[in-house]
Write a protein that binds this ligand. Structure first.
Ligand code: CA
Length: 231
């Protein structure tokens, strides 16, 4: 079955352009121009991937992203999201990653590049699904890789898909200092623009969620001049 893509974008020219490229690549594509209508569609029939513009009528793209991640239905909450942002929206881009977007593409972008990003995301998904290691543990921290669940002292952790992937990569390379680029490659399967800051966003969020004292991390250590290491 072909993967389904929902494009939430009010600029008709861009939306049509994106549709053409994804359809040529064998995906099934739906278009919607309004944020709220887009969110309703995601809830009714979760697609495999949402291409989400930030500046939308009806409901802002960041609010759509937040609402998807906070949805009670896991099939909705785990929908993959690639944001479309303008170059001037850099702070929005970081907020978007914190809210749980999987990736972003800066306008003006090449549709070819966007399709490549989507493919990388799906490859990553398939790799996680095929992973032989199903359980990673560090004291009270337990990560069930296939089930995409993590808990601390029995309490479920609310991690975005990217935070989860970064945590799994760190745990799989325990004791090893990983450069930011290496970490993103291991976790997300590709490199992208703004990479170093994105890694730092994920680490900051993870520390907030898994460390007793995020200011004095005992699990995820900073290795100065290198990157990060899981202790
Ligand atoms: Ca727009």
């Amino acid at each position: 079955m072909s993967r389904t893509i929902l494009v939430i974008e009010d600029e008709q020219k861009i939306a049509q352009w994106v549709r053409t490229y994804f359809e040529q690549a064998g995906f099934t594509v739906r278009l919607v121009a309004d944020g709220r209508a887009g969110l309703n569609l995601v809830r009714q029939e979760p697609p495999d991937l949402v291409i989400l513009d930030l500046n939308l009528p009806g409901m802002d793209g960041l609010d759509v992203c937040r609402a998807i991640r906070q949805d009670k239905t896991p099939a909705v909450a785990n929908t993959r999201i690639i944001m479309l942002t303008a170059r001037v929206e850099e702070s929005d881009r970081l907020i978007g990653l914190e809210l749980g977007a999987d990736d972003y593409v800066v306008k003006p972008f090449s549709p070819k590049e966007l399709v490549a990003r989507a493919r990388a995301l799906f490859r990553r998904l398939e790799r996680v699904e095929q992973q032989a290691i199903t359980e990673l543990r560090d004291g009270e921290l337990l990560v069930l890789v296939e089930a995409h669940q993590a808990s601390l002292a029995g309490e479920p952790l609310d991690l975005t898909p990217n935070e989860f992937a970064v945590l799994v990569a760190l745990l799989q390379h325990r004791g090893q200092a990983l450069r930011r680029a290496q970490l993103i490659e291991l976790a997300l399967g590709h490199n992208y623009e703004g990479l170093e800051r994105s890694v730092d966003v994920y680490i900051r969020q993870l520390r907030r969620k898994i460390e007793t004292d995020p200011a004095n991390p005992q699990r995820i250590e900073t290795v100065f001049g290198v990157g990060y290491r899981y202790a």
